[in-house]
Ligand binder design. Sequence first.
Ligand code: HEC
Length: 118
Amino acid sequence: MYARMRSAARQIGVTGLAAAAFAGAAAVGVEASSPVSMERRAELRHLLIQDCGSCHGLSLGGGLGPPLQAGAIANLPAEFVAATIYYGRPGTAMPPWQPFLTEAESLWLANELKGLNP
Ligand code: HEC
């Protein structure tokens, strides 16, 4: 499932799909669209270690879920990563974080994982 989705993503260019879902946030950028406060950033970093780490490994090097380190997801567009976080992957253990995160926060997390945040 996971491998299939990834290769499908490459073929059809999931950027378009995910970007549509994240049009608002992606178009103007995280900073401008909905500022993620410094306090909230600290909470989100904590979430990455505590919650995401429980499945993706303590240093996000992989566990039940695949590695999320910058190198491992370098080929995935930030909007696609953000959509995965926000909506989860139905039929897999990857849960949707929609109840806990805004789209802008999901995109911030995606950029954080990719090492793109200032
Ligand atoms: C209950 C376990 C679990 C938790 C908690 C979890 N994930 Fe996942 N995650 C998975 C699994 C399993 C997959 C692989 C899904 C698949 O087969 O496509 C995945 C996939 C992903 C992917 C796609 C990676 C890729 O290479 O395509 C991203 C990004 C991701 N998770 C981010 C996160 C973030 C960020 C968090 C915390 C907010 C998180 N996950 C929490 C289990 C989890």
